[in-house]
Design a protein around this ligand. Structure first.
Ligand SMILES: [Zn+2]
Ligand SMILES: [Zn+2]
Length: 346
């Protein structure tokens, strides 16, 4: 057959013309050349249909194109692809819309300028206004938290916040953090998440939680309460050495109200509850260990030298472990020397 347009001998697509002639006079997709997209200058969220979202530019554009472009029903199995380039006026995009016309795949492309309107999103404006629904207070029981504990708790809270944000909670943020009374105060925008975070920290570090609320007056005819979650950490912490019922132990981990300890005379593990451990005497943590030079070792014992006094000591090995480092940590409690459990000897 001959195409009535171009006269070539070629398969006829529709109305007596070939496919390439048909596509010259028909288009299947149509859309705007310019759109405005509000973007937050602080967190890069985009606003679409009065909702702020932390979606990526490509993802939000996919939604916008589906909603603003007219795509002929004749076109099946639609696929949208976008490339974009940053320009002075905004993002210059190339929108490729691919689909099937009968069984022929066609692609149409459009230039689209996305003008980014720089503004501040709902969440960031709250954040800069110091908004917070809850305060998480972390304190030690009759003690100040160590520098290491403060650093670890700060990292834990920050990563918990990031995890919850990553699950799509844009309303959660830390407004402020302060070191107070030997502990930490976290000002948190979302009280539900604040309680979840406090419980997770308790699982990791032990301690007890006390809740209180403060009346903040009415807002939108609803009573507003600001919550305080006080987590009081126990007087001991992971890595401490204790004496309990005439034996010496090492605290290997804490999970909620369960304290896992290792008997230094046989390296057997035991679990105490928070109440029972009150009877123990805390001798100290890392600071009561000494790094000794490993002189020699046999199956049964190690010979170590104190690097300051050159004094040599022999310590019985609890289990047939071998040390391959030049120095090992030793702990002295009531004039007795112990090897901390091997996996904890770093
Ligand atoms: Zn033709
Ligand atoms: Zn923002």
């Amino acid at each position: 057959m001959f195409c009535v347009e171009c006269g070539k001998e070629t398969p006829i697509f529709r109305n007596g013309v070939c496919l390439s002639c048909y596509l010259k006079t028909n288009s299947f997709t149509k859309g705007p050349e310019i759109i405005d997209l509000p973007v937050c200058t602080h967190c890069n969220s985009y606003k679409y249909k009065s909702t702020w979202t932390s979606e990526l530019f490509g993802d939000i554009m996919g939604r916008i194109i589906k909603n603003t472009f007219t795509i002929s029903r004749e076109l099946k199995k639609i696929d949208i692809n976008i490339t974009s380039k940053e320009e002075k006026d905004g993002m210059m995009c190339n929108v490729f819309i691919t689909g099937f016309l009968d069984d022929v795949e066609i692609t149409e492309d459009h230039d689209l300028l996305v003008r980014l309107k720089r503004t501040v999103c709902d969440v960031c404006s709250k954040r800069f206004g110091g908004y917070h629904e809850a305060i998480i207070q972390i304190r030690g029981d009759r003690r100040n938290l160590s520098k290491k504990e403060l650093d670890n708790i700060l990292l834990s809270v920050e990563s918990l916040v990031e995890n919850i944000q990553a699950k799509g909670n844009r309303a959660l943020f830390i407004t402020d953090v302060g070191e107070e009374h030997g502990g930490l105060d976290f000002y948190i925008s979302d009280k539900g998440s604040a309680l979840v975070i406090t419980k997770k920290i308790q699982e990791q570090y032990g301690g007890t939680i006390k809740q209180s609320s403060k009346d903040m007056g009415m807002k939108d005819s609803r009573q507003i309460h600001r919550m305080t979650y006080l987590l009081r950490l126990p007087s001991f912490s992971k890595g401490d050495f204790i004496s309990y019922k005439d034996s010496y132990y090492y605290i290997s981990s804490i999970s909620g109200s369960k304290i896992h300890i290792i008997d230094l005379s046989n390296w057997n593990e035991q679990t105490l509850d928070a109440k029972e451990i009150q009877k123990a005497k805390i001798l100290g943590g890392e600071e009561i260990t000494t790094e000794m030079i490993l002189v020699s070792q046999t199956k049964e014992e190690v010979q170590v030298m104190n690097p300051n006094t050159y004094e040599i000591k022999i310590i019985r090995k609890i289990k047939p472990v071998s040390f391959d480092s030049e120095k090992i940590k030793v702990v002295k409690m009531d004039d007795q020397l112990f090897l901390p459990p091997k996996k904890h000897n770093r």
